[in-house]
Design a protein around this ligand. Structure first.
Ligand SMILES: C[C@@H](N)C(=O)N[C@H](C)C(=O)O
Ligand SMILES: [Zn+2]
Length: 254
């Protein structure tokens, strides 16, 4: 679990969340986390205004190199309650895969599990938090997507077909590592996957985003992960308070 970025101070600049136009950025539908019952109060297709401007820059950079190709969104703004829901779902899936789900039945979330069965928690937590941000209610340690400054994305070609990246978004295996195919030989499919990943990362980073070190599809700008990656003194975006977006208070946060 890489959590050093959570120590970066936040000075929120107060930019509002804005809807990401579907006409400009195609979306994965149905929304993958809504489809499994995550408790959204509003649209997940939102970003801070500065992050949305940067996404348009990335799209222009991509279009200049591959006319017709577009950045397609898998997820963007994710309230704390949704992060908690998805993380707890991941805990249960991991537990099931390991055949140790009994102690999870009486818990409402990771913190309760840690208190009730620290050994099982210690087995599961590194697997889950390798890919998911911790749903910490502490405003100084927001999960990245709760800031409205992170996206999960992929590329689609001029006909709207997925550009091959060597695996889907949320492929929770080693294939998620951005450079997983870096040593592939020219002429192989793996070489193409790497080239496509390079294309995505170069458009996104030239536009100002930082890439997650373990997920080729996750990018953010202005949040703590971005500040940590770029060596910035502080982050520009903290968690959007639930009250500010009319969301119900998170349930199950323990
Ligand atoms: C799980 C993946 N889609 C993702 O967004 N991971 C980051 C690190 C997160 O949960 O914030
Ligand atoms: Zn993400």
């Amino acid at each position: 679990m890489r959590t050093d970025y959570l120590n970066i101070p936040i000075r929120d600049c107060g930019e509002p969340l804005q809807e990401i136009p579907e006409s400009a950025f195609p979306r994965v539908t149905p929304h993958p986390y809504r489809a499994v019952g995550a408790p959204y109060a509003g649209s997940p297709w939102r970003l801070r205004s500065g992050a949305l401007s940067a996404l348009y820059r990335a799209q222009s950079l991509l279009s200049a190199r591959r006319p017709g190709w577009r950045i397609a969104l898998f997820d963007a703004y994710r309230p704390l309650a949704v992060q908690h829901f998805m993380v707890w779902d991941a805990f249960r899936r991991e537990a099931q895969a390991m055949g140790c789900f009994t102690s999870l039945a009486s818990c409402v979330g990771p913190d309760a599990l840690e208190r009730l069965d620290p050994e099982i928690y210690a087995l599961l937590a590194p697997k889950v938090y390798r890919f998911w941000g911790i749903p910490d209610p502490d405003p100084c340690r927001p999960p990245p997507h709760s800031t409205g400054a992170a996206i999960d994305c992929k590329l689609v070609d001029g006909e709207g077909r997925d550009v091959p990246m060597g695996g889907p978004v949320d492929d929770f295996t080693d294939c998620a590592i951005p450079d997983f195919f870096a040593s592939a030989l020219p002429g192989t499919p793996e070489y193409l996957y790497h080239q496509n990943r390079e294309l995505l990362v170069s458009a996104m980073t030239q536009a100002g985003f930082a890439q997650h070190v373990g997920e080729w599809w996750h990018f953010s700008i202005g949040d703590q992960m971005w500040a940590y990656a770029l060596g910035a003194e502080h982050a520009l975006y903290g968690r959007i308070p639930d009250a500010a977006i009319g969301a119900p208070a998170p349930t199950g946060l323990d």
